[in-house]
Ligand binder design. Structure first.
Ligand SMILES: [Zn+2]
Length: 155
């Protein structure tokens, strides 16, 4: 009997959710740092493609926190390929990469900015992750047309 067989269904689904990674350690860490920086956001908005982990409606920006293993962080030690059942893993990884690319494209087409952070980045250089978020917001602010000016022109 292998380990999976002796887990109860509840336990098993808990394990899977840990592996699939909603509310994972890195995501919680990033969220709490964003919160400390005074930023407010929404989580896992189901009405958006790919259910982004963190959503800033005001800045039309979403964040995905990607696990390095599942989402195949290029050149990262955590993105190794298991030695057995290589084909199975390869196919699985390809589907994930394809899905990630598709949801990013869909979000951009809807006018959202998409930021992706890797778990190893959040763990090793959290400050630069926060800086990247802030830079994106500053850019989107300077690009926002001045609505009041436009209005007065129309009137
Ligand atoms: Zn990584």
């Amino acid at each position: 009997m292998n380990v999976i067989d002796i887990l109860t269904p509840e336990r098993r689904s808990w394990n899977m959710s840990r592996i699939k990674g909603q509310n994972t350690g890195p995501e919680r860490k990033l969220r709490s740092m964003l919160h400390k920086s005074g930023l407010r956001f929404r989580l896992h908005r189901k009405d958006l493609p790919g259910k982004p982990d963190i959503v800033f409606p005001k800045y039309q920006t979403v964040i995905f926190v990607n696990g390095c293993f599942w989402h195949r962080h290029k050149g990262c030690a955590m993105a190794y390929t298991p030695k057995s059942r290589t084909d199975f893993w390869q196919a699985k990884f390809e589907r994930t990469i394809e899905r990630d690319a598709r949801k990013t494209k869909e979000l951009r087409a809807l006018g959202w900015k998409v930021l992706t952070f890797w778990e190893c980045e959040i763990n090793s250089e959290p400050e630069s992750c926060i800086e990247r978020v802030l830079t994106t917001f500053r850019e989107s602010y300077s690009l926002t047309p001045r609505i009041s000016a436009t209005k007065s022109t129309i009137e």
